[in-house]
Design a protein around this ligand. Structure first.
Ligand code: PBG
Length: 329
């Protein structure tokens, strides 16, 4: 049936009508807020390239977490800035590592009972060279070793789960790490802790501001030998397939907006919970446009989140989590 019988504008005539036929919805419970935990007390250091984002000491993180919980946010994703770094990234799996201590503290708060605590599992914030795995140097050349890195990454996951992480989320992109993490968790009696694998993670320029926030920029070279080439959708499907075969319970797609087609393809192909990470650069470029008065903040923020949801992400890790939850609430 065509015009004039069919008039699609009939269903756009009022907000009530539009809301009645809306296909995609956002809710606070589907949002995950990243937090960057640093040493000290009363510390709330702003990240210059990410307005509204801070490095927080554990006491400040607790306040932020309670805010998130009261807004009905689904979870927090924790990153750590250790006091010191070394070649192996030993701060990542240390019993009294910065995120381990934060987890123990946050777990004590009754107000956070319904807030999931996700721990990012990676070495890059803890290694002196800033790579996500161990570096083997041969003269001028260097290699990021896979299997030895996987041992340490699995050890990190166990340590974070022991400290109270509800979900461990490996973001390093080494081969075989999901299987190793599952094995080690099970062996440690942590068989109930799920793995959210950053299965589809591209080597992206959009991680730039994060590396300031987490102080994790590689000191030489780049991450292209472990993170995926941005041109490859089929390879992303293989990464996901392998991670699921190794025991991943959920997958995370990253970045989000420049890779909406990859999220859509994954949604159609895999029947597991899928999340997407609206990464630091996506946030910073919107904030920059807001600061210039070039975009309407609330509308642009919500539209960006909706696009990710519509592409097929069930949950979204986003630096806008608290702001968006306020609007949705
Ligand atoms: C750690 C990690 C990174 C991000 C999440 N986990 C940095 C990277 O891979 O360089 C990026 C998140 C963001 O940009 O917001 N491997």
């Amino acid at each position: 049936m065509e015009y004039p019988v069919t008039r699609l504008r009939r269903l756009r005539s009022s907000e009530a009508m539009r809301s009645f036929v809306r296909e995609t919805h956002l809710e606070p419970g589907a949002l995950v807020c990243p937090l960057f935990i640093c040493p000290g007390e009363g510390v709330r250091n702003p990240i210059a390239s990410m307005p509204g984002v801070f490095n927080l000491s554990i006491d400040e993180a607790l306040k932020e977490a309670e805010k998130a919980a009261s807004l009905g946010i689904g979870g927090l994703l924790l990153f750590g800035l250790p006091e010191s770094k070394d070649e192996q990234g030993s701060g990542a799996w240390s019993e009294d590592g910065i995120v381990q201590r934060a987890l123990r503290e946050l777990k004590k708060s009754a107000a956070l009972r319904d807030l999931l605590l996700l721990a990012d599992v990676c070495l890059c914030e803890y290694t002196s060279h800033g790579h996500c795995g161990l570096v083997k140097k041969q003269g001028e050349a260097y290699e990021i070793e896979n299997d030895s890195s996987v041992r340490l990454i699995a050890r990190t996951a166990v340590s974070l789960a022991r400290a109270g992480a509800d979900i461990v989320a490996p973001s390093d992109m080494m081969d075989g790490r999901v299987a190793a993490i599952r094995d080690d968790l099970d062996e440690a009696g942590l068989e109930k802790v799920p793995i959210l694998s950053y299965a589809s993670k591209f080597a992206s320029a959009f991680y730039g501001p994060f590396r300031e926030a987490a102080d994790s920029a590689p000191q030489f070279g780049d991450r292209r030998s472990y993170q995926m080439d941005g041109a490859n959708l089929r390879e992303a499907m293989r990464e996901i397939e392998l991670d699921l075969a190794e025991g991943a319970d959920m997958i995370l797609m990253k970045p989000a907006m420049p890779y909406l087609d990859v999220i859509r393809a994954a949604r159609e192909r895999f029947d597991v919970p899928i999340g997407a990470y609206q990464v630091s650069g996506e946030y910073s470029m919107l904030q920059a446009a807001f600061a210039k008065g070039w975009l309407e903040p609330e509308r642009a923020m919500m539209e960006s989140l909706l696009s990710i949801r519509r592409a097929g992400a069930g949950f979204i890790v986003t630096y806008f989590a608290l702001e968006a939850a306020k609007l949705l609430g």
